[in-house]
Each structure stands twice: as C-alpha cells, then as structure tokens.
Design a protein around this ligand. Structure first.
Ligand SMILES: NC(=O)c1ccc[n+]([C@@H]2O[C@H](COP(=O)([O-])OP(=O)(O)OC[C@H]3O[C@@H](n4cnc5c(N)ncnc54)[C@H](OP(=O)(O)O)[C@@H]3O)[C@@H](O)[C@H]2O)c1
Length: 336
C-alpha cells in the first residue's frame, strides 16, 4: 500500500514507519525534520502542518491508500490536514488518546464513553490540554465521516525510542542501584502498551480498511507496578531494591504523581480508574501485546545504544523524575 504518515520520526510514528516498511508498504512521511531523523527507505517530505502551504506542497496531484496521523495535537491542524487530504485518500487514521474521554481517571472507559466537549473549530495554537484530542477527533469526522475514519484512543505507550522518558527514567534510576523510592503497592495494576504492538495493530486495521473507534492499550490488570520495576531490575542487572512507600506519605511530602515518580497514578479518587480502559474491542480485532519484560529489555538495549539523553525528560513542560536529595530523604524516613 501507499501510506502517508503525518509525523513518523519520533516514537509511535517511527514504530509505524518501521512496521510498514517491514510489511513492504511504500511510506511517505511529512514532518519538519526537527524531532528526529526519518528512517532509510521512506520518502521524507519536509513541511509544517500548521501552514496550509506546507501540506499543499506535499499533496499536488498525489493519492495515498491511507493516511496515518500520529502527530495531530490541535483540532485546527487535524481539520486542515483532513480537508486538504480528503480528495487524496480514502482512509485516515487518527492516533487519539485515552485523554479524549471526559472521565479518564475517574470512571472505567469503553468506546461509548463521553469525550470532552472540545469543538472541531477550536482556534489554532491552544495550550496543551487533554480535551484537545476530542476536538481533533471531531475535526477528522467533519471531513472523512465515520465510514472513512479510524480513531485509535491510545493508552500509555512504552518501548524503544520513547520520547517522553517515563520508562527511560525508571530504567536509568534503577541502573544507578541502591534503594529506589517506589510508589504505593507493587500490586497496583497498570495498562501499558508497546508502541510497536500499537503500530502493528494500527496497520492491521488499516490494511483491512477498518473504521470506527478502538481503545488501544493492554488489557486492564495486564501488569503491575511491581512487575514493571522488577523487569527494570532484571533488564539492567542492577543491585537495586524498590522500597514500596505508602501513597499518603508521598502525597503529603508533595511528591507529584505521574511526573515526579513517572507513571504513578495514586489509588484514590480522580486517579483510581486510570488503568480501567476496556480494550476488549481492540483485542477482538487482533491487538496483541508482547510481554512487558520484552519491552523493558528492548528499551534498556536502546538506551545503551543511545547514551545519555540529549535533553531532559519532560511531560509537557514538567520535568520527569524526583530530585535525588528528596528521594534520599524520603527513603531515610521510610527506614525509620
Ligand atoms: N506517549 C504516550 O504515552 C501517548 C499516550 C496517548 C496518546 N499518545 C499520542 O500518540 C502519538 C504519539 O506521538 P509520537 O511523538 O510518538 O509520534 P511521532 O509521529 O513519532 O512524532 C511526532 C511527529 O510529529 C511531527 N510534527 C510535530 N509538529 C509538526 C508540525 N507542526 N508539522 C509537521 N510535523 C510535525 C514531528 O516531527 P518534527 O518535529 O520534526 O516536525 C514528529 O515526526 C501522539 O499523537 C500522542 O498524543 C501518546
């Protein structure tokens, strides 16, 4: 197939490109050339999707069997791409997010859950916000309708080339060894998905011409925080010992969930349903998730190859990871 990937050079888009090339598809990528190198074998087109002139240059009189938009964050940008690309393709995949659902974190989710009321015509350059993906979805549907759109509500992604740095932070922390501050209980269930499994599933659906919405993440309860940190200890071979610390102690010490201890969602209101997204529709359609240990091992191997990060790990503008001094002091308190 002839596939256009909007984005394609950082993490999930990169995984789509690798898998599509492996399957023998012709891949065009469209990005500004700022976030990473395009992989050998793609036809790389440079441009800024926020400028009509950027996409115009790409399109000319071409056709693609399918478009995959891994980079759409603003309803304006998705709407613009969808309007311009409508005459040039029959199928548009939007990588949306679990964040698009209004009750993410608070209630269990499925494909019928309500999304944020963010309009398709939201003005450009909005500050980042969970609601924007819902507007992106509406902007796509306005041009492509339900019968030509595939919306994948993505859960938390991990794997090699992760560009946020959640699993890389844990791996690097554990590789330093010693006692490691670990949040809450090791039995806390989680739902994580390897970007390579997401991409393989997204391409399966695209090849089949499937449309509609799929919550795309591992099954609820498929792993636990304890298994994640154990896999990090195994992968790095470090002499590290997670010290599981009461969530109340961490919260009252001002430790920020999700960022200071990455991926930590406390088991309390507003967070306790974060890992309860029902992905059975995706599983029935063929989603397969590899063992967590394999993802962690491959991510560690990639980190060794990459070396130290060129930039600090950030979630939006918030740095990831706890200050080592703060961690030491909390560990000392826990030791009594
Ligand atoms: N990580 C998670 O846990 C998670 C969870 C839920 C949903 N998601 C969603 O999954 C997707 C994953 O993103 P990714 O970073 O892995 O995808 P990616 O496609 O690998 O990287 C983002 C791409 O967007 C391009 N881009 C950014 N701004 C652009 C612009 N103005 N014009 C043209 N290209 C532009 C970047 O290249 P240049 O900067 O070089 O232009 C880069 O190629 C996102 O949609 C994200 O919201 C992720």
């Amino acid at each position: 197939m002839n596939i256009l990937i909007l984005g394609g050079s950082a993490f999930l888009g990169r995984a789509y490109v690798s898998e599509a090339l492996r399957r023998g598809h012709h891949v065009t990528t469209f990005n500004r050339g700022l976030s990473g190198a395009d992989q050998p074998g793609v036809e790389a087109v440079r441009g800024d999707r926020n400028l009509p002139a950027g996409l115009d240059r790409l399109i000319a009189d071409r056709r693609w069997d399918a478009v995959v938009d891994t980079a759409g964050q603003q309803p304006y940008a998705v709407g613009l791409a969808a309007r311009l690309l409508r005459p040039h393709t029959d199928h548009y995949t939007l990588v949306s997010s679990i964040h698009a659902f209004a009750d993410w974190g608070k209630l269990p989710l499925d494909e019928n859950s309500t999304t944020h009321p963010c309009p398709a015509d939201t003005p450009p350059d909005q500050p980042p916000g969970n609601h924007l993906k819902a507007g992106c979805e509406r902007a796509l549907l306005e041009s492509f309708g339900a019968d030509r759109s595939l919306i994948l509500n993505c859960g938390l992604l991990i794997g090699p080339h992760e560009n946020i740095g959640r699993l890389p932070w844990w791996l690097e922390r554990i590789a330093r060894g010693g006692k490691v501050l670990a949040p809450g209980a090791p039995s806390r269930a989680m739902q994580l998905i390897d970007a390579r499994d997401f991409a393989a599933f997204g391409l399966d659906l695209l090849e089949q011409g499937r449309t509609g919405r799929f919550i795309t993440t591992a099954p609820p309860g498929s792993t636990t925080f304890g298994e994640l940190l154990d896999a990090c200890v195994q992968a790095t071979g470090a002499a590290a010992e997670p010290v599981w610390t009461d969530e109340e102690v961490l919260l009252s010490a001002g430790v920020e969930p999700w960022t200071e201890l990455p991926i930590w969602a406390p088991d309390r209101p507003d967070w306790d349903a974060i890992w309860l997204a029902d992905s059975s529709r995706a599983r029935a359609a063929g989603l397969r998730c590899r063992p967590l240990s394999e993802t962690v091992r491959d991510t560690w191997a990639w980190l060794q190859e990459r070396g130290p990060a060129a930039q600090p790990y950030l979630q939006g503008r918030t740095p990831l990871g706890i200050d080592p001094e703060k961690e030491r002091s909390l560990l000392a308190k826990a030791a009594g």
